[in-house]
Ligand binder design. Structure first.
Ligand SMILES: NC(=O)c1ccc[n+]([C@@H]2O[C@H](COP(=O)([O-])OP(=O)(O)OC[C@H]3O[C@@H](n4cnc5c(N)ncnc54)[C@H](O)[C@@H]3O)[C@@H](O)[C@H]2O)c1
Length: 251
Protein backbone atom coordinates (compact mmCIF):
# COMPACT_ATOMS: atom_id res chain seq x y z
CA UNK A 1 0.00 0.00 0.00
CA UNK A 2 2.59 2.54 -1.12
CA UNK A 3 -0.08 5.12 -2.03
CA UNK A 4 -2.38 4.87 1.00
CA UNK A 5 -4.05 8.22 1.72
CA UNK A 6 -3.27 9.58 -1.76
CA UNK A 7 -5.67 10.48 -4.51
CA UNK A 8 -5.07 10.38 -8.24
CA UNK A 9 -6.55 11.40 -11.56
CA UNK A 10 -5.82 9.12 -14.51
CA UNK A 11 -6.92 10.53 -17.86
CA UNK A 12 -7.85 8.12 -20.63
CA UNK A 13 -8.53 5.35 -18.11
CA UNK A 14 -11.78 3.93 -19.49
CA UNK A 15 -9.72 1.26 -21.25
CA UNK A 16 -6.25 0.11 -22.23
CA UNK A 17 -3.08 1.24 -20.52
CA UNK A 18 -4.96 3.98 -18.60
CA UNK A 19 -7.36 1.42 -17.10
CA UNK A 20 -4.37 -0.68 -15.96
CA UNK A 21 -2.78 2.46 -14.48
CA UNK A 22 -5.94 3.38 -12.56
CA UNK A 23 -6.23 -0.15 -11.16
CA UNK A 24 -2.54 -0.26 -10.17
CA UNK A 25 -2.74 3.05 -8.28
CA UNK A 26 -5.94 1.90 -6.53
CA UNK A 27 -4.30 -1.43 -5.60
CA UNK A 28 -1.59 0.60 -3.84
CA UNK A 29 -4.24 2.44 -1.83
CA UNK A 30 -4.89 5.58 -3.90
CA UNK A 31 -8.41 6.85 -4.50
CA UNK A 32 -8.76 7.26 -8.26
CA UNK A 33 -10.76 9.53 -10.54
CA UNK A 34 -11.19 7.59 -13.77
CA UNK A 35 -11.37 10.38 -16.38
CA UNK A 36 -12.15 9.77 -20.04
CA UNK A 37 -14.37 10.84 -22.94
CA UNK A 38 -15.58 7.24 -23.01
CA UNK A 39 -17.58 5.67 -20.20
CA UNK A 40 -15.21 4.55 -17.44
CA UNK A 41 -17.73 2.36 -15.56
CA UNK A 42 -15.79 -0.84 -16.35
CA UNK A 43 -12.60 0.50 -14.77
CA UNK A 44 -14.46 1.85 -11.73
CA UNK A 45 -16.20 -1.51 -11.22
CA UNK A 46 -12.90 -3.41 -11.48
CA UNK A 47 -11.35 -1.14 -8.85
CA UNK A 48 -14.35 -1.37 -6.51
CA UNK A 49 -14.51 -5.16 -6.93
CA UNK A 50 -10.88 -5.35 -5.82
CA UNK A 51 -11.74 -3.29 -2.71
CA UNK A 52 -10.47 0.07 -3.96
CA UNK A 53 -12.08 3.50 -4.29
CA UNK A 54 -12.83 5.08 -7.67
CA UNK A 55 -15.23 7.41 -9.42
CA UNK A 56 -15.77 8.20 -13.08
CA UNK A 57 -15.65 11.69 -14.56
CA UNK A 58 -16.36 12.38 -18.22
CA UNK A 59 -13.68 14.72 -19.52
CA UNK A 60 -12.40 16.03 -22.82
CA UNK A 61 -8.80 16.86 -21.99
CA UNK A 62 -8.55 19.22 -24.95
CA UNK A 63 -11.18 21.49 -23.38
CA UNK A 64 -9.81 23.74 -20.63
CA UNK A 65 -13.16 24.10 -18.84
CA UNK A 66 -13.68 20.33 -18.92
CA UNK A 67 -10.18 19.79 -17.45
CA UNK A 68 -10.97 22.32 -14.69
CA UNK A 69 -14.25 20.54 -13.94
CA UNK A 70 -12.28 17.27 -13.71
CA UNK A 71 -9.94 18.76 -11.10
CA UNK A 72 -12.91 20.12 -9.15
CA UNK A 73 -14.62 16.71 -9.26
CA UNK A 74 -11.50 15.03 -7.85
CA UNK A 75 -11.25 17.65 -5.10
CA UNK A 76 -14.90 17.34 -4.13
CA UNK A 77 -14.73 13.51 -4.17
CA UNK A 78 -11.38 13.02 -2.44
CA UNK A 79 -10.42 16.39 -0.90
CA UNK A 80 -6.99 16.50 -2.54
CA UNK A 81 -5.09 15.57 -5.71
CA UNK A 82 -1.67 13.99 -5.16
CA UNK A 83 -1.11 12.36 -8.54
CA UNK A 84 -2.05 13.31 -12.10
CA UNK A 85 -1.41 10.77 -14.85
CA UNK A 86 -1.70 12.36 -18.30
CA UNK A 87 -2.43 9.23 -20.31
CA UNK A 88 -5.33 10.24 -22.61
CA UNK A 89 -4.31 10.45 -26.23
CA UNK A 90 -5.40 9.75 -29.76
CA UNK A 91 -3.39 6.69 -30.74
CA UNK A 92 -5.14 3.36 -31.25
CA UNK A 93 -7.57 4.82 -33.81
CA UNK A 94 -4.87 6.38 -36.02
CA UNK A 95 -4.40 5.31 -39.61
CA UNK A 96 -0.88 4.95 -40.91
CA UNK A 97 -0.26 7.63 -43.53
CA UNK A 98 2.65 9.52 -44.99
CA UNK A 99 2.95 13.05 -43.64
CA UNK A 100 1.96 14.53 -47.00
CA UNK A 101 -1.48 12.97 -46.47
CA UNK A 102 -2.00 14.29 -42.92
CA UNK A 103 -4.40 17.24 -43.18
CA UNK A 104 -3.95 20.39 -41.12
CA UNK A 105 -7.23 19.61 -39.33
CA UNK A 106 -6.04 16.11 -38.37
CA UNK A 107 -2.75 17.57 -37.13
CA UNK A 108 -4.54 20.21 -35.03
CA UNK A 109 -7.04 17.75 -33.53
CA UNK A 110 -4.30 15.32 -32.53
CA UNK A 111 -2.17 18.07 -31.01
CA UNK A 112 -5.21 19.43 -29.15
CA UNK A 113 -5.66 16.10 -27.36
CA UNK A 114 -2.14 14.66 -27.11
CA UNK A 115 -0.15 17.81 -26.36
CA UNK A 116 -2.53 20.58 -25.31
CA UNK A 117 -4.55 18.02 -23.31
CA UNK A 118 -1.77 17.37 -20.77
CA UNK A 119 -1.14 21.14 -20.65
CA UNK A 120 -4.81 21.86 -19.84
CA UNK A 121 -4.89 19.11 -17.19
CA UNK A 122 -1.68 20.35 -15.55
CA UNK A 123 -3.04 23.91 -15.56
CA UNK A 124 -6.20 22.67 -13.86
CA UNK A 125 -4.44 20.56 -11.21
CA UNK A 126 -1.09 22.30 -10.54
CA UNK A 127 -2.45 25.28 -8.54
CA UNK A 128 -3.79 22.81 -5.98
CA UNK A 129 -0.46 20.93 -5.87
CA UNK A 130 1.48 24.20 -5.59
CA UNK A 131 -0.71 25.31 -2.67
CA UNK A 132 -0.01 22.01 -0.87
CA UNK A 133 3.67 22.00 -1.87
CA UNK A 134 3.30 18.41 -2.98
CA UNK A 135 2.36 16.53 -6.12
CA UNK A 136 3.27 14.05 -8.81
CA UNK A 137 2.63 14.50 -12.50
CA UNK A 138 3.29 11.52 -14.76
CA UNK A 139 3.02 12.12 -18.49
CA UNK A 140 2.72 9.26 -20.96
CA UNK A 141 5.04 9.74 -23.91
CA UNK A 142 6.18 6.96 -26.28
CA UNK A 143 9.39 5.13 -27.11
CA UNK A 144 8.80 6.05 -30.73
CA UNK A 145 10.09 9.56 -29.94
CA UNK A 146 13.61 8.15 -29.61
CA UNK A 147 13.44 6.07 -32.79
CA UNK A 148 11.32 8.02 -35.24
CA UNK A 149 8.61 6.18 -37.16
CA UNK A 150 7.12 6.23 -40.62
CA UNK A 151 3.43 7.01 -40.94
CA UNK A 152 2.54 8.86 -37.75
CA UNK A 153 4.29 12.21 -37.90
CA UNK A 154 1.64 14.08 -35.90
CA UNK A 155 1.55 11.41 -33.17
CA UNK A 156 5.32 11.06 -32.80
CA UNK A 157 5.72 14.86 -32.80
CA UNK A 158 3.06 15.20 -30.08
CA UNK A 159 4.86 12.67 -27.88
CA UNK A 160 8.18 14.46 -28.43
CA UNK A 161 6.39 17.54 -27.13
CA UNK A 162 5.27 15.58 -24.06
CA UNK A 163 8.92 14.74 -23.26
CA UNK A 164 9.94 18.40 -23.67
CA UNK A 165 6.95 19.56 -21.60
CA UNK A 166 7.93 17.13 -18.83
CA UNK A 167 11.42 18.65 -18.54
CA UNK A 168 10.26 22.27 -18.51
CA UNK A 169 7.37 21.60 -16.13
CA UNK A 170 9.79 19.80 -13.78
CA UNK A 171 11.88 22.97 -13.66
CA UNK A 172 8.87 25.30 -13.21
CA UNK A 173 7.33 23.15 -10.50
CA UNK A 174 10.45 21.92 -8.69
CA UNK A 175 10.42 24.91 -6.32
CA UNK A 176 6.94 23.84 -5.24
CA UNK A 177 7.97 20.23 -4.56
CA UNK A 178 5.90 18.99 -7.48
CA UNK A 179 7.71 16.16 -9.26
CA UNK A 180 7.13 15.67 -12.99
CA UNK A 181 8.28 12.64 -14.97
CA UNK A 182 7.27 10.72 -18.07
CA UNK A 183 6.99 7.08 -19.10
CA UNK A 184 7.72 6.13 -22.71
CA UNK A 185 6.12 2.75 -23.42
CA UNK A 186 7.08 0.60 -26.37
CA UNK A 187 4.36 -0.96 -28.54
CA UNK A 188 1.95 -2.27 -25.90
CA UNK A 189 -0.90 -4.72 -26.38
CA UNK A 190 -3.67 -2.60 -24.88
CA UNK A 191 -7.03 -3.98 -26.04
CA UNK A 192 -7.44 -1.51 -28.91
CA UNK A 193 -3.91 -2.24 -30.15
CA UNK A 194 -4.21 -6.02 -29.70
CA UNK A 195 -7.43 -5.97 -31.76
CA UNK A 196 -5.82 -3.98 -34.59
CA UNK A 197 -4.02 -6.09 -37.23
CA UNK A 198 -1.94 -3.03 -38.17
CA UNK A 199 -0.15 -3.42 -34.80
CA UNK A 200 -0.66 -6.93 -33.49
CA UNK A 201 0.20 -10.50 -34.46
CA UNK A 202 2.65 -10.66 -37.38
CA UNK A 203 2.76 -6.86 -37.58
CA UNK A 204 4.27 -6.56 -34.09
CA UNK A 205 7.13 -8.98 -34.78
CA UNK A 206 9.70 -6.46 -36.11
CA UNK A 207 9.18 -4.40 -32.93
CA UNK A 208 9.44 -7.49 -30.73
CA UNK A 209 12.68 -8.50 -32.47
CA UNK A 210 14.14 -5.02 -31.91
CA UNK A 211 13.97 -5.55 -28.12
CA UNK A 212 16.60 -6.98 -25.81
CA UNK A 213 13.67 -8.80 -24.14
CA UNK A 214 12.00 -10.31 -27.19
CA UNK A 215 8.33 -10.63 -26.32
CA UNK A 216 5.10 -8.66 -26.63
CA UNK A 217 4.69 -5.78 -24.15
CA UNK A 218 1.54 -5.79 -22.02
CA UNK A 219 0.03 -2.92 -20.00
CA UNK A 220 1.14 -4.68 -16.80
CA UNK A 221 4.78 -4.20 -17.86
CA UNK A 222 4.34 -0.45 -17.25
CA UNK A 223 2.91 -0.64 -13.75
CA UNK A 224 6.16 -0.93 -11.79
CA UNK A 225 7.46 2.30 -13.34
CA UNK A 226 4.12 4.05 -12.75
CA UNK A 227 3.86 3.15 -9.07
CA UNK A 228 7.53 4.05 -8.51
CA UNK A 229 7.04 7.51 -10.07
CA UNK A 230 3.88 8.07 -7.99
CA UNK A 231 5.41 6.92 -4.72
CA UNK A 232 7.74 8.32 -2.08
CA UNK A 233 10.52 6.17 -3.59
CA UNK A 234 10.74 8.74 -6.37
CA UNK A 235 11.42 11.73 -4.14
CA UNK A 236 14.50 13.12 -5.87
CA UNK A 237 14.00 12.29 -9.53
CA UNK A 238 12.23 14.78 -11.79
CA UNK A 239 12.17 15.83 -15.45
CA UNK A 240 13.00 12.29 -16.56
CA UNK A 241 11.51 10.04 -19.19
CA UNK A 242 11.62 6.34 -18.29
CA UNK A 243 11.62 4.19 -21.43
CA UNK A 244 9.83 0.92 -20.65
CA UNK A 245 10.01 -1.10 -23.85
CA UNK A 246 11.97 -4.29 -23.22
CA UNK A 247 15.21 -2.64 -24.25
CA UNK A 248 14.46 -1.52 -27.81
CA UNK A 249 15.62 2.03 -27.12
CA UNK A 250 18.70 2.44 -24.92
CA UNK A 251 19.61 6.01 -23.95
N1 LIG B 1 -0.37 0.98 -26.78
C1 LIG B 1 0.82 1.37 -27.22
O1 LIG B 1 1.49 0.67 -28.00
C2 LIG B 1 1.42 2.66 -26.74
C3 LIG B 1 2.78 2.88 -26.94
C4 LIG B 1 3.34 4.08 -26.51
C5 LIG B 1 2.56 5.02 -25.87
N2 LIG B 1 1.23 4.78 -25.72
C6 LIG B 1 0.43 5.80 -25.05
O2 LIG B 1 -0.21 5.21 -23.94
C7 LIG B 1 -1.47 5.86 -23.72
C8 LIG B 1 -2.61 4.85 -23.71
O3 LIG B 1 -2.59 4.12 -24.93
P1 LIG B 1 -3.60 2.91 -25.23
O4 LIG B 1 -2.89 1.95 -26.09
O5 LIG B 1 -4.23 2.44 -23.96
O6 LIG B 1 -4.65 3.69 -26.15
P2 LIG B 1 -6.23 3.80 -26.13
O7 LIG B 1 -6.62 4.52 -27.38
O8 LIG B 1 -6.83 2.46 -25.89
O9 LIG B 1 -6.52 4.71 -24.86
C9 LIG B 1 -6.54 6.10 -24.90
C10 LIG B 1 -7.66 6.56 -24.01
O10 LIG B 1 -7.69 8.00 -24.06
C11 LIG B 1 -9.04 8.39 -24.17
N3 LIG B 1 -9.15 9.69 -24.83
C12 LIG B 1 -8.92 9.98 -26.13
N4 LIG B 1 -9.17 11.28 -26.36
C13 LIG B 1 -9.55 11.82 -25.18
C14 LIG B 1 -9.93 13.13 -24.78
N5 LIG B 1 -10.00 14.14 -25.66
N6 LIG B 1 -10.24 13.36 -23.48
C15 LIG B 1 -10.21 12.31 -22.58
N7 LIG B 1 -9.87 11.06 -22.91
C16 LIG B 1 -9.54 10.82 -24.19
C17 LIG B 1 -9.69 7.29 -25.00
O11 LIG B 1 -11.10 7.30 -24.87
C18 LIG B 1 -9.02 6.05 -24.44
O12 LIG B 1 -9.72 5.53 -23.34
C19 LIG B 1 -1.58 6.92 -24.81
O13 LIG B 1 -1.05 8.14 -24.33
C20 LIG B 1 -0.69 6.36 -25.90
O14 LIG B 1 -0.23 7.38 -26.77
C21 LIG B 1 0.65 3.62 -26.13
Amino acid sequence: MRLAGKSAIVTGSARGIGAAFAQALAAEGAKVLVADVLDGARTVEAIQKAGGTAQFFKVDVSDASSARAMAEAALSAFGQIDILVNNAAIFASLEKKGFLDISSDEWDRLMAVNLRGPFECVKAVAPHMIARKSGRIINIASGTVFKGQVGFLHYVTSKGGVVAMTRSLARELGGHNVIVNAIAPGLTMSEAIAENPMWSGKASQPTVMSRALQREQEPKDLLGALVFLASEDCGFMTGQCMVVDGGAVMR
